[in-house]
Write a protein that binds this ligand. Sequence first.
Ligand SMILES: Cc1ncc(COP(=O)(O)O)c(C=O)c1O
Ligand SMILES: N[C@@H](CCCC[NH3+])C(=O)O
Length: 464
Amino acid sequence: MVSTHPAGVQSGRQYLANSTGAVSSNQQLLPLSARINNSDCLEIGGCDVTTLVQQFGSPLYILDEDTLRTACRQYREAFQKYYPGESQVLYASKAWSCLAVCAIAHQEGLGIDVVSGGELYTALQAGVSPDKLYLHGNNKSLEELKLAIDSGCTVVVDNWYELRTLGNWSSSIDNPIRIMLRLTPGIECHTHEYIRTGHLDSKFGFDPNQLDEVFAFVSQHSALNCVGLHAHIGSQIFEQQPHQDLAGVMVQWLDKASGYGLQIQELNVGGGLGIRYTEADDPPSIEAWVKGVCEAIKDACAAQQLALPKLLCEPGRSLIGAACVTAYTVGASKTIPGIRTYVAVDGGMSDNPRPITYQSVYRAVVANKMSAPATQTVTIAGKHCESGDILIKEATLPPSQPGDILVVLATGAYNYSMASNYNRLARPAAVIVKDGEANLILRRETYQDLIRQDCLPARLSNEV
Ligand SMILES: Cc1ncc(COP(=O)(O)O)c(C=O)c1O
Ligand SMILES: N[C@@H](CCCC[NH3+])C(=O)O
């Protein structure tokens, strides 16, 4: 990281990617196309961020197409390089589900992991082929299962209730139902407890101690076409060992399944590779992560003398997290002498609920003052009626004024997808940028949108 200021004093420049050598987007704070232009403003995808805000309004999600496509390719190419068997990368669309993002993932050859009828519908509408769609969920409704089966998507079965439901159902329909089984591997990893899923005490997946009963049940239902096994250990993980341990555990499951006559062809090791939200975060690159997983699967298969399965993974955050920033407009500020200065922006926990939910830490820059020395420590507050609505507790920034454009970095994953209308704030617009062109991918909500689903019974109407 290069600073143009005296020792210890930084500026927005420090977050630009080092342009020498290949970079893994999950290790960058700013999108790969980020530059500073002659007006000292941040440019992404060849578009000046301050101009984008004038054109599309504030707050604004700005998605860099090149960063997203690069990450998709880095995953795909790493599998080609390190795995001699078949492979398929799926985009975990819970990170950001919308038509444009699903369309890009599909164009880049990725399949899509969906976790609800809504995400499935979005992916289908984006033109994703059903044979590359996988439906997750620990409590899928009959309607969601029907949509998945009718559209030809694979159902990742999570529990006994669902397995029995599909077992009964399969006897009454013409084609076998394509399923995978999600198992809890009992692997611990270091991440926030809300985003850990692989430990035994998890609401997701079959208990691995019931593997024999599960395999026996599936083997007795020939209309259930069990193509694979799935596990996911958690999210925002920096260690490589848990995923490598997972590979060993899953190959043992594969071996056990063959004892029940099940010809399992696919193993899905889930997602979870972390990204850099601050300089202190040190995730492995996409290539290093894929290499580790592939080698662990190859070694475990060689040890058990098993043929290589088709290998799947389903990253979300590491594909899209660093590809997006959120631009806000600075408004009021309040200095409490000896305590802190609050600088308020025009969004907050409704467009980024991660700080209040997981105490997530973000970095920001002032887009119209990229080289100005970052000499102040301030607290970036949202505009919600909630004391905890703080986007960044201690942001080191240049002094800012109302009207400045504050840009929070690495907001591509689990921001828009977890956004709400708390305090009846309209959800922001999102644009995708590439080579100097910006296109709307999500329209800004209006006041009319906010009351669209409201019903006012006649007896409550105050119409004059
Ligand atoms: C089943 C499953 N697959 C994939 C993912 C994507 O995880 P990440 O965004 O950390 O890659 C998640 C989220 O944790 C998940 O629950
Ligand atoms: N929503 C979480 C990730 C959950 C992943 C889904 N299992 C986050 O923002 O970090």
